[in-house]
Ligand binder design. Sequence first.
Ligand code: HEC
Length: 476
Amino acid sequence: MPDVLSFPYYPINDFGPNMKGMVIGGLGIFHVFLAQFAIGGGLLMCYLERLGQRGESPDARKFVDGFFKLLVLISFVIGALTGVGMWFTSIQVSPRTIGLMVDEFHWIWATEWTFFCLEIVSGYAFYRYGERLDDRSRLTLLALYFVAAWFSLFWINGILSWQLTPGTWLETRSVWGGFFNPSFWPSLIFRTITSMTIAALVACVVINAIPDLDRSARTRLINQSARFLAPMVLMPLLGVWYFSSIPPDSRSWVLGGNVAMMLFFLLGIGASLLIGVYALFGLLRQKLFINGATATLLRALGFAATAGGEFVREGVRKPFTVRETLYSNSIRLGEIQMLRYRGSVTDDPYPLKGAERYPNDQVRLGVKVYRFQCSICHTIDGANALLHLSSSWSTEQKRMNIAQLQRTKTFMPPFAGTPRECEALVQYLEWVSAYSPAAWPVSEDAEVLARIQGWLDDAGTEPGAAFLHLAARKPR
Ligand code: HEC
């Protein structure tokens, strides 16, 4: 019999009809777009400032000291605020994941924040005093700003990519093994190129809006900025590299295994492709003029590509928040066995909201099980609703499919409770689908529980088929 360990329970928030991932994702996409613009924008300002100082771009200074500078300032300020917002929302949604990230990488976070401070100070100093400084100091401040901004990407990228591909960290628990994980480099280079692309597209919009520039001056500035689109030619190659570095099951979600994943993936690819093709043929080869409307459209495509990419990156990690370590519902791989024996919510100290609404203790237990094991990815009747997903199943099918959750869909974690808890969850679903009547019978058939036990045993406590290779690993 497994030892009874204590499980670290955290309060679980209820975001109504929204899936929790959507709460993080919505803010995350916005944050990433802004933060990447702030990085690429810094590099573009450096580049144009340098061209201007060498006399190759007479109007560069108008651009560098103009509206674009304000945009970069706004985006690193809002980027910083939404970054804090990310901490705030992700700690509401998954304290244990954040806890693990902080435990494993605290010095890396500290380093990241140091660079971030440097970014803020040098960026703001340039914004405030840039116009009064000599050429050398201007360039130094801009370079400092860009390098600091890029390095905060460098550090954070190691931690985010570790979540999907922890690499040798799984065996060694080495910080650097986790940091320089298999998807570290492709994803860092990919993000750097994305930053440059976003900056170039925003620059095209801004250049069109600078007053008192004639058309040839505009065209020159646009063509100089558009050089930042050139690295996009590497994207297909990087995409292949990135995809070969992520786990095969994650790859399969995107390549048709999951419709939503695939759609977002195609959105990302399609949008990038459109920008790339336009950039190559329109801007680089024929030195076309790009007007405000087109630039705005391209920038919207840039946003779509970012959104698609981030959605996929977060989505393909399922059922883990840290691959092969921590399931999305904050249960560690090795804890399933213990919770099946002990009961997943037996020690959960947090009371149920509106407990008096439910007809009996069994349904209340079911709600707690749902809250603990399923609510991170499902709602009852909102987004990804359990009610809807299980509506065509008989009671017996619900029992079996939930007891064998990791077989029902390989991107769900194994069920982590007792047969009593599984039956309680099924009764909860049945009660809601019967329109929540005031009275509901308690189901206490010993044979039902025995059947559920059989299914639980049959499915085992290892992750779904796609992860069967894990079974061979040493215990975690
Ligand atoms: C890691 C996230 C995650 C967790 C945790 C999770 N699920 Fe799911 N589940 C999903 C996704 C994603 C789908 C696919 C939805 C779709 O097909 O549209 C799904 C599908 C389902 C389905 C429909 C399956 C089918 O074959 O059509 C049911 C029923 C279900 N989940 C029940 C549960 C229950 C009960 C729990 C808690 C014990 C749970 N899930 C926990 C992510 C999760």
